[in-house]
Design a protein around this ligand. Structure first.
Ligand code: CA
Length: 230
């Protein structure tokens, strides 16, 4: 089955161009011209990925992104933001709103297709398999067992759920609020700073002194499971 992409873009010429290129590359496409339509189609069509323009009429792409992440049926869908902005703070805001990746306009269709494939690859094995893996870390979901390389990692229940969530979305930056929702559940009131405490415990259990830290702190944004910067 060809992957279905929901393209949310108000510029007709760009929709035509992307439709032509993406269909030629073996994707199916549905498109929405504004945020309302996008949210509706995302629930009805269950796309494999959303390509979301930042600058949209009525509701911004960032707001659409947040709403997709909030809704039960769409919270797992990979999202790539299309943006004309290149500022680092905008990038952080975009990722913080729940996007998996972003691409700055103007971009070539080939570059976009490469990004789409990378995001789909990252999203799929994590959701279907019983073992989550990233770098030297593996988590056996059935056995509730975590290893880093040859070594067993012992985690408390909260750190286990925290790591599982990060392993399901490697590279993606989560704010403290998003981690609270995903790991503690939205009905529980917990101070955002509690997340920092559990991240500290997780780091301590996961990283031996000679091992690179796989948890990246993104200042004023949150945390991600990531390859350490070289
Ligand atoms: Ca636009």
């Amino acid at each position: 089955m060809k992957p279905l992409i929901l393209l949310v873009e108000d510029e007709a010429a760009l929709v035509t161009l992307l439709r032509y290129n993406l269909e030629r590359e073996g994707f199916r496409l549905v498109d929405a011209r504004d945020g309302e339509e996008a949210l509706m189609l995302a629930k009805e069509e269950r796309p494999d990925l959303v390509l979301l323009d930042w600058m949209l009429p009525l509701m911004s792409g960032l707001e659409v992104c947040r709403q997709l992440r909030r809704a039960q049926q769409t919270r797992q869908v990979p999202i790539i933001l299309l943006t004309a902005r290149g500022e680092e703070t905008d990038k952080v805001r975009g990722l913080d709103s729940g996007a998996d990746d972003y691409i700055t306009k103007p971009f070539s269709p080939a570059e976009l297709v490469a990004r789409i494939r990378a995001v789909l690859r990252r999203a799929q094995p994590a959701l279907s398999s019983e073992t989550l893996e990233f770098d030297s870390v593996s988590m056996d979901l059935a056995a509730h067992r975590v290893r880093r390389g040859p070594r067993d990692v012992h985690l408390g229940p909260t750190e286990f759920r925290l790591l599982r969530h990060l392993l399901q979305h490697p590279g993606r930056v989560f704010s403290r609020e998003q981690l609270l929702d995903a790991v503690w559940g939205r009905d529980v009131y917990v101070e955002p700073r509690t997340v920092d405490v559990h991240i500290r415990r997780l780091r301590k259990a996961l990283n031996m002194p000679d091992e690179p830290d796989l948890i990246r702190t993104v200042r004023s944004a949150g945390y991600a499971l990531d390859q350490p910067a070289a």
